[in-house]
Design a protein around this ligand. Structure first.
Ligand SMILES: Cc1cc2nc3c(=O)[nH]c(=O)nc-3n(C[C@H](O)[C@H](O)[C@H](O)COP(=O)(O)OP(=O)(O)OC[C@H]3O[C@@H](n4cnc5c(N)ncnc54)[C@H](O)[C@@H]3O)c2cc1C
Ligand code: FES
Length: 257
């Protein structure tokens, strides 16, 4: 059951070009939050549809989300200040299955897919694993949360243009480290997820991916976020799932790429 909580903004700061880290008091939602889940935030009175944003981290009853300004909703959210109150629905969706990660999971984030991997990597470390992160960004100005990941374990940063860290894609780094991985968890653009899924499958390593689709209700009622999934047991054909309810995290082998 989703909970609606009125959350007081504690801080909202720009941490990269058009990228904001918003902290809010959300004691009830924080107790429910699982790595890889998202919240649905009302972004201004003119915007009837809530905006889905992943949970980046929770600490002492405060929830942190990181978002990129895209359109009206996220622009409105970027202007919220300390003391403003947000109408937040959560915590939504199925997150990463932590019990399947083993002792050396690799967490991969691409661009705005990086934030949800932070809470996930932290949870894996708290479960006793030795996690590793591979983070990919367009360029140096887009790099976010690097220090927070480094505090949790070995972290590789890549940029597409080579302006910071490794020059190349997350998959270039993954190929060098994949042999040691017990599982892979990833969030980011679909072409990146597909390439990661192929590498994982070739190596026989379990892989979970967090998918993104446009959303309406966020709770499985409107069917806007339908996605094609493979039938179970390798049967021919497809079935339909909903990213908000069945996901956003799926086994990479379930996804019709
Ligand atoms: C499960 C999930 C988790 C997400 N987590 C994050 C996150 O942590 N940080 C972040 O910056 N962004 C995240 N997004 C994308 C974010 O929801 C969109 O960027 C945001 O809704 C855009 O709203 P807007 O009003 O600024 O843009 P507009 O383009 O004006 O939005 C118009 C409508 O389209 C929908 N929409 C537009 N783009 C997307 C999109 N990519 N996904 C879903 N709906 C969209 C909006 O919700 C809105 O209803 C996530 C999306 C999903 C599905
Ligand atoms: S957003 Fe309405 S069913 Fe998923």
């Amino acid at each position: 059951m989703a909970t609606q909580e009125m959350c007081r903004v504690v801080g909202n700061r720009e941490i990269g070009a058009g990228l904001f880290e918003l902290t809010m008091e959300a004691p009830v939602l924080c107790m429910q939050a699982q790595p890889g889940q998202f919240v649905h935030i009302t972004c201004g009175e003119g915007n009837l549809l809530r905006r889905p944003i992943s949970i980046c981290n929770v600490q002492d009853g405060q929830m942190i989300v990181v978002f990129q300004v895209k359109g009206d909703g996220t622009a409105w959210l970027s202007k919220r200040r300390e003391g403003d109150v947000l109408d937040v629905l959560g915590t939504l969706g199925h997150g990463f299955r932590m019990e399947e990660l083993g002792d050396h999971p690799i967490f991969i984030g691409g661009g705005i897919g990086v934030p949800p991997m932070l809470m996930t990597m932290r949870a894996a470390k708290e479960n006793g694993a030795k996690p590793e992160a591979i983070l990919g960004f367009r360029n140096q100005n887009a790099v976010i949360l690097e220090d927070a990941f480094r505090r949790l374990g070995e972290t590789h940063v890549c940029t597409d243009d080579g302006s910071y860290g490794v020059h190349g894609f997350v998959t270039d780094v993954l190929k060098l480290h994949v042999q040691e991985a017990t599982a892979i968890c990833a969030c980011g653009p679909k072409p990146m997820l597909r390439a990661i899924a192929e590498i994982a499958e070739a190596q026989g390593i379990p892989c979970q991916v967090s998918m993104e689709e446009r959303m309406g209700c966020g709770i499985g009622a409107c069917l806007v976020c339908a996605c094609e999934l493979k039938l179970k047991d390798g049967q021919e054909g497809v079935r339909y799932g909903h990213v908000c309810k069945d996901g956003p995290v799926f086994d990479s082998k379930e996804v019709v790429w």
